[in-house]
Design a protein around this ligand. Structure first.
Ligand SMILES: O=C[C@H](O)COP(=O)(O)O
Length: 338
C-alpha cells in the first residue's frame, strides 16, 4: 500500500514521455509478497564461483569485440555525479553522449548510417535542465538521481519533492536510493512503501531503484531488497550509487539478475538491470554483457532493460575501438581485453 495510505495507485499526470521508443510498459508492481523471498537462500560461494568463470567460459572473438563494445556504449548511462559539476561540464558530456566516437572511427566501423549514441545521460537534479537543453532532438533520455542521493537519509517528504523537482526539470528517468536500514532491519513494508511512494512521485518518468548493495551486508539481503523494489514498482534495479566502499560486483549482479528472473516467472513482467559504480574498462563492460546474455537473454542487451552506469568507462572503450581500427592505442594507458 503506498505510503499515503491510499489503496489505489493513482497515476501522476503524464509529464515526461521518454524520447526513445519505449516499447516496455511501466511496472505497476504488485502488493507486497514477503513469501516470494522470505525463505530465499543464496549460496555465496557458488555465486562467486559462477561470477569468476563468466569471462573464461565465454570469450568473444576479436572481430566481434568491437561490435560488443559499441553495443555497450549504446547501453551506457553516461554519468557525471560530482560536487563540482557545472552546466558547462554537463553540456560537454551531452555532446559526447550524442557522438561518443570520433567520426573517422564511426566511418571505419561502417556506422555512418546510424551513428551510435549512449543510452542516457545521468546527472544531479539541478543539472537536469542543462542536460535536457543540450540533448534536445537527440532522443537521448536524461536520468536524474534523487531522494537524497547517495545516502538517502533525508525525510521522505523532501525526497519525494526532489523527484517532483527533477521530473519538473524534464528528467525522463529517476534513479532513487533506498533506505538501507529498512533492509538491514528486515522492515520490508517500510521499504515497499517508500519505493511505492517514489514510483508514484515519478509519474511517467521511469524509476530505477538503487539498492546500494555494498551497504546491504549479504547477498540474501540483496535478493530480498531486489524483490521488494520490483514489487513496489521499480522499472529497473540498480546496484550502487558509485559512492559506497564497494559498488557493482559480478556476484551481486548475478543475484539481482536471478531476482529479475524470478520476478518475471511470478508476474510475467520484465524488469531492467543497471550495474553502476567502478565499471572502468572495456573488459568490465564485456563481463557484464556476457552476464546479461547468459542470465537473462538478448532482451536484456537493449537499453529498455539494461544500462551501465559509468562516468569513466567510455574513455577506455574508445581506446579499444581506436586500437581495433588503427592497430594502435591513442594513449599510454592500456587495458588489455584478453
Ligand atoms: O551511476 C552512477 C555511478 O555514480 C557511476 O559510477 P562511476 O563514477 O564509478 O562510474
Amino acid at each position: 500500500m503506498p505510503a499515503d495510505g491510499s489503496t489505489e495507485r493513482k497515476t501522476a499526470p503524464a509529464s515526461n514521455t521518454p524520447p526513445l521508443s519505449n516499447a516496455l510498459k511501466r511496472n505497476d508492481g504488485t502488493p507486497l509478497h514477503v513469501d516470494w523471498f522470505e525463505g530465499a537462500q543464496v549460496n555465496t560461494s557458488a555465486a562467486e564461483r559462477r561470477a569468476a568463470t563468466l569471462t573464461t567460459r565465454r570469450t568473444v572473438k576479436k572481430e566481434y569485440q568491437a561490435a560488443w563494445l559499441v553495443k555497450a556504449v549504446t547501453l551506457m548511462d553516461l554519468t557525471t555525479l560530482a560536487g563540482d559539476d557545472t552546466p558547462g561540464r554537463v553540456q560537454r558530456l551531452c555532446a559526447k553522449a550524442r557522438r561518443p566516437f570520433r567520426e573517422d572511427l564511426v566511418e571505419a566501423l561502417g556506422l555512418q548510417a546510424n551513428p551510435p549514441k549512449v543510452g542516457a545521460v545521468c546527472v544531479y537534479p539541478t543539472m537536469v535542465a542543462p542536460a535536457v537543453k543540450a540533448l534536445e532532438g537527440s532522443g537521448i533520455p536524461v536520468a536524474s538521481v534523487a531522494t537524497g542521493f547517495p545516502a538517502g537519509l533525508t525525510p521522505l517528504k523532501q525526497r519525494l519533492e526532489e523527484i517532483h523537482y527533477a521530473v519538473g526539470e524534464g528528467a525522463h528517468e529517476i534513479d532513487i536510493v533506498i533506505t538501507r536500514a529498512h533492509v538491514l532491519n528486515g522492515d520490508w513494508q517500510a521499504l515497499y512503501d517508500e519505493v511505492a511512494a517514489m514510483r508514484e512521485a515519478c509519474g511517467e518518468a521511469h524509476l530505477k531503484a538503487i539498492l546500494a548493495t555494498g551497504d546491504l551486508k549479504t547477498l540474501r539481503n540483496v535478493y530480498k531488497a531486489s524483490m521488494v523494489a520490483m514489487q513496489a514498482g521499480a522499472d529497473f534495479i540498480k546496484t550502487s550509487t558509485g559512492k559506497e566502499d564497494v559498488n557493482a560486483t559480478l556476484p551481486v549482479s548475478l543475484v539481482m539478475c536471478r531476482a529479475i528472473r524470478d520476478y518475471l516467472a511470478l508476474t510475467g513482467f520484465k524488469i531492467g538491470f543497471k550495474p553502476a559504480g567502478g565499471l572502468r574498462t572495456a573488459k568490465d563492460a564485456m563481463a557484464w554483457l556476457i552476464l546479461m546474455k547468459e542470465e537473462l537473454g538478448n532482451d536484456w542487451l537493449e537499453p529498455d532493460l539494461f544500462r551501465i552506469g559509468a562516468s569513466s568507462l567510455l574513455a577506455d572503450i574508445e581506446r579499444q575501438i581506436e586500437h581495433y581500427v588503427t592497430g594502435r592505442y591513442s594513449s599510454t594507458i592500456r587495458h588489455a581485453l584478453a
